[in-house]
Design a protein around this ligand. Structure first.
Ligand code: PEP
Ligand code: MG
Length: 892
């Protein structure tokens, strides 16, 4: 196995092996762009290291070989005392994980080579000692776990001793002393001296980068982003170039289009006389890229040419990191850039217009999750609230909440159900839990490329960065005279960058308004709305899956239809038994005689018929799957505790209420230890005479009524919780009799089918299909019963631990467990279709609107998915994506 690749050996399609950074450095090298020479140690080497520990067979020899080649190419030896080669050791996984893993710069500097570096830099001692102290600090922190604040304290002391406030005011002698102080800190914490063998430094740094794959924050980030845990990171060893050699040097980050809005034109930040991560970390406020043209026109022009080359080559928005070392431009990184949801749609449509990609490819450039983000509301500024201050709109959305200043407080407050805004000077990877918990993030430093901005955009979380009037101190921040304390409410607008005091009302998204058909005509040409329309229409033309909705009311049905639903896949009838109809359900449950029970059912029937008629009207011409009543009937009665207390109080006051006492007795009688596995679903229909019959009759009558009005009802009656074909056959026989009686010669056709939500039903699907014209997978119950997880309890109870242990990367109630529950779906699909070739197959559990699950259902070959109205456009898009892109794993 080959573990190490020179940049000239790789290419952009080797991300699995070389990580994103390594693959793209190789691609740029092959394009002839100015990339500092280097090599990449593969993700396979990382996996071997994490599995076998320090000794990976053959790795050291391969590194030797590539290092020697690099030294030859550079004409310098690593850490040579007279003329040292220095390298950076950088992580780079297949999927970008900004700031999550480690990087060590200036590797190769030692007590001996620091003078050599100074000579290389034209006798710049200050630069050499500054580079050395940065190495000790970074190496100490990332390789040897020395607490970072120890170094910061030493730096602070050095500045205080000299009476200065800024790092740049320390001269060479000060920095030399600082190096001595840092070495002391290092030795105290590690029990050994700072390593003076350059190759040993490099090996230790490589191992630390490997290990950083499993650092807590990286694990958390992967979970959040649904990145698999077993990929490992590659390590790039790159000859150092320096952006901190003076005013003619610097470092920057840039995008080939605006990653927030998608607008054409380069965008970026530049920081003169700075090294490596200073820009990304948002430590100092940066210059706009355009300023570079004034500072160094030659480098600027070359950068513009390179960015055009990269966009043309990758056929997409690229982001880059670059360094200018004494007027010479070097490319340190490129990748297809992260972007906001709005920019993703806008850019994809622009690229189609520019003839760069076709609509199929445009479809792979956007995701259902991004469309979901665009369906969030935004601030309503009609009252013209004046902004407290303004920063950079770094990740769109509207968020309000109580101000908190630390990640810990954010987590605590959010756990207590409070919306919070995390306010920081700048964020770093340790803030990740708080960023996840917060509704939004506000920082006072850093631009669109700072850690806060990049991470928030990735999460789809509202973020305003670089609000430099915000002065954060302890548990308050001030803007001029205004003091904002922890717990005060603020609102932040991630699109405009505005920050408001108090809670600003929000307004709906224009994408939703477009679906609803009530978009302000002035906005009809909005590029975002036009892009969504175009791409979604294309998805519709490509998808094999139909998309229905779960809706129980005419209002929901009508809305879902506007969102593009092609019918109802699940109408839960139990919601129709609530409110003032509860009393009728009580009568039904308390009935002492057949006559009492029939009277209660007879009273319910016209109400049900009216419910169904309204829904059939809204879905005229489209299929409507109505599920017969499913939940345990005691759910319609007061709780045991409530009734017991009520009756006890009555007794205490010497009163008796016969109704309450009968109810209490009924609730006691009906009490079950495991109600979700008890008397519910089809079992109710088999046990309570007339219950299903009443519903079937109401459905048939409503259909006949609509047909009589000239409509085209397409009802489908669905029986829940079936586990054996005999259950279905019994219900079916009665239903067919009633239907025949009601419809007479009306041109109404009613299908009868079943949910597949009990594992036994999936495993005997061939038998069940004999009695079913359709199956709808109830993946909520199927997941519950396949895993044995109570769907109402486990997510809050212990899933955190399962996620932590990597037993699964995401709750199986959220995204289908393809191996287990998904296997049941596959078996039932195959065996059901074998038994009845025309069998219609759909899914109506929550998974029907989950992007990854939609892809799975497409692959299994279902006919439709059904989801809540708001997720209908997401499912349409994802079904289209699945159809054009069978291997969508890279399109996240
Ligand atoms: C299911 O179990 O997946 C389902 C759709 O039914 P419910 O959620 O109503 O149990
Ligand atoms: Mg169910």
């Amino acid at each position: 196995m080959k573990f190490v690749y020179d940049f000239s050996e790789g290419n952009k399609d080797l991300k699995d092996l070389l990580g994103g950074k390594g693959a793209n450095l190789a691609e740029m090298t092959n394009l002839g762009l100015p990339v500092p020479p280097g090599f990449t140690i593969t993700t396979e080497a990382c996996r071997a290291y994490l599995r076998d520990g320090d000794h990976v067979d053959g790795l050291a020899a391969e590194i030797d070989e590539h290092l020697t080649a690099l030294e030859r190419q550079m004409g310098r030896r690593l850490g040579d005392a007279d003329d040292p080669l220095l390298v950076s050791v950088r992580s780079g996984a297949k999927f970008s994980m900004p700031g999550m893993m480690e990087t060590v710069l200036n590797v190769g500097l030692t007590d001996a080579s620091v003078a050599g570096l100074s000579r290389q830099a034209g006798g710049n001692d200050r630069f050499a000692w500054d580079s050395y102290r940065r190495l000790i600090q970074m190496f100490g922190k990332t390789v040897c776990d020395v607490p970072g604040h120890e170094f910061e304290d030493a730096l602070h002391e050095a500045k205080t001793a000299k009476g200065v406030t800024d790092d740049v005011q320390l001269d060479a002698a000060d920095l030399r002393e600082l190096v001595a102080a840092y070495k002391k800190v290092f030795a105290e914490h590690t029990g050994h001296e700072f390593p003076q063998d350059p190759r040993d430094q490099m090996d230790q740094a490589v191992a630390a980068v490997f290990r950083s794959w499993n650092a807590d924050r990286a694990v958390l980030y992967r979970r959040q982003e649904r990145i698999p845990t077993d990929l490992g990171t590659a390590v790039n060893v790159v000859a150092m170039v320096f952006g901190n050699l003076g005013a003619d040097s610097g470092t920057g980050v840039a995008f080939t289009r605006d990653p927030a809005s998608g607008e054409q034109g380069v965008y970026g930040d530049y920081l003169a006389n700075a090294q490596g991560e200073d820009v990304v970390a948002g430590i100092r406020n940066t210059l706009a890229l355009a300023e570079l043209e004034k500072l160094d026109k030659r480098s600027y022009d070359e950068l513009m040419r390179i960015m055009a080359t990269l966009e043309g080559h990758y056929r997409d928005l690229c982001d880059i990191e670059f360094t200018i070392e004494r007027g010479k431009l070097w490319m340190l990184q490129t990748r297809v850039g992260k972007r906001t949801a709005a920019a993703a749609f806008t850019i994809a449509a622009q690229l189609v217009d520019e003839g760069v990609i076709d609509l199929d490819e445009a479809l792979t450039r956007v995701t259902g999750a991004q469309l979901g983000q665009l369906m969030f509301p935004r601030f309503d500024l009609a009252g013209d609230p004046s902004a407290l201050t303004r920063g950079v709109g770094a990740s769109p959305g509207a968020a309000y909440g109580e101000v908190v200043f630390t990640s810990e407080r954010a987590v605590e407050a959010a756990a207590g159900g409070k919306p919070v805004i995390l306010v920081r000077r700048e964020t770093n990877p340790d803030d990740l839990p708080g960023m996840i918990a917060a509704n939004g993030i506000l920082t006072s430093r850093g631009g669109k490329t700072s850690h806060a901005a990049v991470v928030a955009r990735g999460m789809g979380k509202t973020c305003v960065c670089g609000a430099d009037q915000v002065a954060v101190s302890g548990t308050t921040f001030t803007v001029g005279e205004t003091v904002v304390e922890e717990g005060d409410v603020i609102s932040i607008d991630g699109t405009t960058g505005r920050v408001y005091l108090g809670e600003v009302p929000v307004r709906p998204s224009e994408v939703v308004q477009y679906f609803e058909g009530d978009l302000d005509p002035a906005r009809a040409n909005d590029p975002l709305v036009a892009a969504v329309h175009r791409i979604l229409t294309h998805a519709d033309s490509r998808r094999a899956l139909r998309v229905r909705t779960n809706a129980d009311t005419g209002t929901d049905a009508a809305r879902a239809r506007r969102f593009g639903a092609q019918g109802i896949g699940l109408c839960r009838t139990e919601h129709m038994f609530l409110g003032d109809r509860r009393e009728l359900v009580e009568r039904l449950i308390l009935a002492r005689t057949d006559t009492d029970r029939d009277a209660a059912l007879a009273a319910l029937q016209p109400l049900q018929r009216a419910d169904f008629l309204e829904i059939f009207r809204e879905m005229n011409g489209l299929p409507v799957t109505i599920r017969l009543i499913d939940p345990p009937l005691h759910e319609f009665l007061p709780s045991l505790e409530e009734l017991a207390v009520r009756v006890a109080v009555q007794h205490e006051h010497g009163r008796r209420d016969e109704h309450d006492e009968r109810l209490l007795a009924a609730v006691r009688r009906m009490h079950e230890q495991n109600p979700m596995l008890g008397l519910r679903g089809v079992r109710l229909g088999l046990v309570i005479p007339g219950l299903f019959a009443m519903q079937v009759r109401a459905i048939a009558e409503a259909a006949v009524a609509l047909a009589a009005e000239g409509g085209a009802p397409r009802p489908e009656i669905m029986v829940p919780l079936v586990g054996a074909v005999q259950e279905l056959e019994t219900v079916r026989a009665e239903a067919e009799r009633i239907i025949a009686e009601v419809i007479g010669d009306s041109p109404v056709e009613i299908l009868i089918g079943t949910m597949i939500e009990v594992p036994r039903a999936a495993l005997t699907a061939g038998q069940i299909a004999e009695a079913a014209e359709f199956f709808s997978f109830g993946t909520n119950d199927l997941t519950q019963m396949a895993w044995g997880f109570s769907r109402d309890d486990v997510e809050g109870a212990f899933f955190w631990r399962y996620l932590e242990l990597g037993i699964f990367g995401i709750s199986p109630f959220e995204s289908i467990d393809a191996d287990g529950v998904g296997r049941l779906v596959r078996i039932a699909t195959e065996e059901g279709r074998a038994a009845r070739p025309g069998l219609k197959l759909g899914v109506c559990g929550e998974h029907g609107g989950d992007p990854d699950s939609v892809r799975f259902f497409h692959e299994v070959g279902l006919d439709y998915v059904s989801c809540s109205p708001f997720r209908v456009p997401i499912a349409r898009l994802e079904a289209g994506r699945a159809a054009v892109d069978t291997d969508g794993s890279d399109h996240r």
